[in-house]
Design a protein around this ligand. Structure first.
Ligand code: ADP
Ligand code: MG
Length: 693
């Protein structure tokens, strides 16, 4: 047993974060006031305090063991990027001092020619800058002071996922405040998008992981026969944790707490080897940073335990994939949750204006929201009968549904009151029901006082769906505000507006089973988009309507949208290309040789011993090997022919031809695997990966 004394949670929480309490202690009153003002209200940053903040930050970071600093940013692909610089500065007498200036804090130049820019930055003009985002606190990670930043090009276009999120946060606040003011609210100063991500992941044994090139290079298994046991017993969900997993989760939780991340809930998920971790919600930009750190630490801490964390959306066929639920709401700086219906939603007019504006936003910009969660990995989930379908709809629950019905039809709404359950055992408490039951199949579900957006992939940066959500809601709020600001009296105008929005957009509301065939047909009748894959979703980015909402709200300009379009398509094609080449490599260098080797062995047994069984097996295996060879050649040909006339056509070829050819090859491999003895098959199989922890 380790004799290291475990410190109390309160003592370790935020230990490595340059948070407000540290700022207050280490900065002058003036500097703290100015910085805090910017963090709290989005006031312009006063650069005159930069030197003082930098010096305090450095002193604090050094006391936490840091020797380096980095501008931590979120490029368009990959998770996060960091380039470390030491604090040292040489002196003429051969010694060094530790220095960190305000200039270095505020701006960095990561010479970013190798980050995707979608044509915004020619390689020859490699300048890219990072600038300090003080709304998300700096922290020390592995001896380096990490400064959250936004990343942009020499010509001023943004090249990352953070900057649009920050812009969307501002515009949402501005538009929501207009509604609040129109309703007579004079006290709230800001509206904050709140986000609480729940992260799913798989854990496998590292030794086994390293034997699977597909897992190492692509994050998922490209083949693997169905194991005798999968998730059919439903015994994993919320099940007791395996000892190793429990130790891992404890360690992970403590590491996250040290970084001021409120890791709260942990449990087993539906699939074997699948788990989930939820943190308590934060303002959107901080939540996105925290989720990135959660993902990074999930991987790093796993290594210490001889485990590997898989964040891919679909590491294994035949069992559930992993997603990320984004809980999202809007709250004022003085503590009003704008999506909290209270006990009498029908009388809560302000809530209804916000709700109706969200309903309208989701209906009008469903395709943009769909795009925000599209990725090669997520294509395995959305619409694949386990995660929500590719069709965006909203679940509001019975109570709100009847409120909405009453509004639209003009009837008066009768509050049915909350159900109470008495289990008939005196020692058990009587419980009042929530206003909504759950609908696990809905992509966008109202869960009492927030929405839960369930389509996000587990490996994604939540900044993307968050900025889209903020932007489209800001847009519909701005339209509502245009009407309400002009109205003589708020109440009748708001009632009419809610009625109009709900009547027009309630087609996006669906409280039934989203996994059913009937819903697909019904959604088509309602005219809701069903965008089946990433490539088609990416095309939605450049539709006139979607471009104009992003531009009008000031979140992305035309050039930025066009560059993102290119980056997304290229990234898709590259991802599928890597998967295809990996499958070819494993098939040629590992699978076929071992299958043929075993065939040779069978052939000698069958001729030497005249074994009928050996002969039958041999014939079957030879037939499989031939089929596999043909499909392998077909896959290689599909990859060769994938290049199209533009990025869209190339991506579509990958989606339609290469993915299909990979599927065909996989089918033969998976049929062959059970025919080959365990000691001959060259890689770990699904039962090893899923159950041998
Ligand atoms: P549920 O019972 O709906 O799963 P929980 O209370 O467990 O709700 O919360 C799930 C996630 O939603 C957590 O990350 C939580 O912090 C987050 N959450 C709760 N309230 C809000 C809110 N107002 N805005 C954003 N996220 C929220
Ligand atoms: Mg969940």
């Amino acid at each position: 047993m380790s004799c290291e004394k475990k410190l109390a949670v309160e003592e370790i929480f935020g230990e490595y974060v340059f948070n407000k309490s540290v700022m207050e202690q280490s900065l002058s009153k003036r500097a703290f006031k100015i910085l805090n003002e910017t963090i709290e209200s989005g006031a312009p940053l006063d650069a005159s305090i930069a030197d003082e903040v930098a010096s305090a930050m450095k002193a604090w970071a050094v006391s936490k063991g840091a020797t380096h600093y980095t501008h931590w940013f979120q490029p368009m692909t990959g998770i996060t990027a960091e380039k470390h610089d030491a604090f040292i500065s040489p002196k003429s007498n051969g010694t060094v001092i530790l220095e960190f200036s305000g200039k270095e804090l505020i701006k960095g130049e990561p010479d970013a020619s190798s980050f995707p820019s979608g044509g915004l930055r020619e390689t020859a003009k490699a300048r890219g800058y990072t600038c300090w985002d003080c709304t998300s606190p700096a922290f020390v990670k592995e001896g380096t002071l990490c400064i959250p930043t936004a990343f942009y090009s020499y010509t001023g276009e943004i090249l990352d996922k953070k900057a649009p999120l920050l812009r969307s946060v501002e515009v949402l606040s501005k538009q929501a405040l207009r509604i609040l003011r129109a309703s007579g609210n004079k006290t709230s100063k800001r509206v904050i998008a709140t986000v609480g991500p729940e992260q799913e992941y798989f854990i496998v044994n590292s030794e086994l992981f390293e034997k699977r090139l597909d897992l190492m290079l692509t994050g998922r298994t490209l083949f693997g026969a169905k194991p005798p046991k999968g998730q059919e017993l439903e015994d994993q969900y919320f099940g007791a944790l395996k000892t190793k997993i429990s130790a891992y989760m404890q360690d992970l939780g403590r590491e996250l707490w040290k970084l001021g991340i409120t890791a709260k809930t942990k449990h087993n998920e539906v699939a074997p080897a699948q788990h989930e971790l939820a943190i308590i919600f934060d303002p959107a930009s901080m939540a996105a940073d925290h989720n990135l750190l959660v993902m990074e630490l999930m991987k790093k801490v796993a290594e210490r335990h001889g485990l590997t964390c898989l964040l891919h959306e679909k590491p294994f066929a035949g069992v559930n994939g992993s997603g990320k639920h984004l809980n999202w709401s809007m709250a004022t700086d003085d503590g009003i949750n704008l999506l909290d219906p209270g006990t009498k939603p029908a009388e809560n007019l302000l809530f209804l204006v916000f709700l109706a504006s969200v309903v309208k936003a989701i209906d009008e910009y469903a395709s943009l929201l769909r795009l925000s969660v599209a990725s090669a990995g997520n294509d395995h989930r959305l619409g694949a009968n386990e995660a929500p379908p590719a069709i965006i709809s909203m679940f509001v629950g019975e109570e709100l549904e009847s409120v909405i019905e009453a509004f639209v039809s003009g009837d008066t709404y009768k509050d049915a009151g909350r159900l109470k359950t008495n289990l008939g055992v005196p020692s058990l408490p009587v419980i009042t029901h929530d206003a909504t039951d759950r609908n696990r199949t809905s992509p966008f579900a109202f869960t009492g006082n927030k929405f839960e957006f369930r389509m996000c992939g587990s490996s994604a940066n939540v900044a993307e769906p968050c900025f889209v959500l903020n932007t489209i809601v800001a847009k519909t709020l701005s339209e509502a505000a245009d009407v309400l600001e002009k109205a003589k009296s708020f109440r009748p105008a708001a009632l009419a507006l809610v009625k109009e929005y709900l009547a027009k957009h309630k087609k996006i509301i669906f409280n039934g089973n989203n996994y059913s065939e009937e819903w697909v047909k019904e959604a088509e009748k309602r005219g809701l988009p069903n965008i089946g894959n990433t490539v088609l979703a990416i095309r939605e980015l450049i539709s006139e309507k979607n471009m104009s909402v992003l531009e009008e709200m000031g979140v992305l300009d035309e050039k930025e949208i066009e560059s993102r379009y290119e980056i997304l398509l290229e990234n898709y094609s590259k991802t599928i290309n890597i998967e295809a080449l990996t499958l070819v490599d494993i098939s040629e260098r590992q699978l076929l040789p071992s299958i043929l080797g075993y065939a040779l062995k069978l052939s000698s047994i069958s001729s030497a011993a005249g074994s009928r069984t050996a002969k039958t097996c041999l014939d079957k295996i030879n037939a499989q090997a031939d089929l596999m060879y043909d499909r392998l050649e077909a896959l290689k040909a599909a990859v060769k022919a994938a290049e199209g006339k533009d990025a869209f056509e190339t991506a579509l070829n990958y989606r339609e031809k290469v993915v299909a050819a990979m599927g065909a090859l996989r089918e033969v491999i998976d049929q062959t695997e059970p025919m080959i003895p365990a000691d001959v098959w060259p890689v770990p199989v699904y039962s090893d990966l899923l159950f041998r922890i």
